[in-house]
Design a protein around this ligand. Structure first.
Ligand code: GLN
Length: 268
């Protein structure tokens, strides 16, 4: 058997296309309707850090009615107003089977706030309208008249403390098949203000209320998403730094640590 035949399908495609087998296909989910409080910063962060690690990120902006990309290595989704959530649900259901298959296969995903809610079973608005979700994460959300707003620190097992900013009316309750992403100290914050959980995990899927945007302030999480995407696709995460890349990464990490410290020192 030649070496070529030992490559998996994606690597063969890349070899045919003549790149070095370093492409990462990243879907930005509904950037037109689901992108508030700077969530598109997550896409910029992943793209830049992937480049600094010597990968070739290809960002597919997926909006309603668009074609689904042939290959998906990561999905990033942002928050949205209740109205924006209503706008995209029909299309999200058309993509539900593909997204479920990717989640089950270990594709890394980061879903913030409004998109986090729609990856659960349903989101019931304050007015009592129920928006069905695609149920990748075992949870449901009910809107309340008291919004949870402010800077937030959560304690995660995997990444240590994660700093972000929450702003939501929805209170989210996890079922037995979702584990929380992290824990929060104060009442009135996190998933539902009561049980001190924040976010949810399933496989490599992270759902969270953390805006901020969250990845620039928490580069470890960005690196987890990139590393998992690269490993899934190429069997290994293999950073190849171009000139100045390590310096830039160090600088970004320093800025992130300073920004996180400021945010953590200013709770609501
Ligand atoms: N509309 C949802 C809520 O307020 C989501 C808001 C958001 O994405 N920031 O609960």
């Amino acid at each position: 058997m030649s070496d070529r035949n030992t490559l998996n399908g994606a690597a063969q495609d890349d070899a045919r296309q003549g790149d070095a087998g370093r492409v990462l296909d990243i879907v930005s989910l509904y950037p037109k309707d689901m992108n508030i409080y700077g969530d598109s910063g997550n896409v910029l962060t992943v793209r830049r850090r992937a480049e600094l690690y010597g990968y070739t990120p290809v960002v597919h902006n997926y909006n309603q009615g668009d074609e689904w990309p042939e290959r998906v290595d990561m999905i990033l989704g942002g928050g949205g107003q209740d109205q924006g959530q209503g706008t995209i649900t029909d299309d999200l259901f058309r993509r539900s089977a593909q997204i479920h298959a990717l989640a089950d296969a270990g594709c890394p995903m980061l879903l913030i706030c409004g998109m986090y809610q729609l990856f659960g079973e349903y989101f019931q608005t304050i007015e009592g309208n129920r928006l069905a979700g695609i149920n990748v994460l075992d949870l449901y959300t009910v809107g309340h008249d008291v919004r949870m707003i402010g800077n937030l620190v959560e304690h995660t097992e995997e990444f240590g403390d994660v700093v972000g900013y929450e702003n939501h009316s929805g209170q989210t309750f996890l079922g037995p098949n979702a584990k929380p992403w992290g824990r929060v100290d104060a009442d009135g914050t996190g998933n539902n203000g009561g049980d001190h959980t924040e976010g949810a995990r399933y496989n490599a899927v992270i759902g969270t209320y953390m805006h901020g945007s969250v990845l620039p302030k928490n580069p470890k999480v960005a690196d987890y998403l990139i590393g998992t995407a690269a490993t899934n696709r190429y069997g290994v995460f293999d950073p190849q730094y171009v000139d100045g890349a390590q310096e830039e990464l160090r600088h970004l990490d320093e800025l992130a640590a300073r920004a996180a410290a400021v945010a953590a020192s200013r709770p609501r």
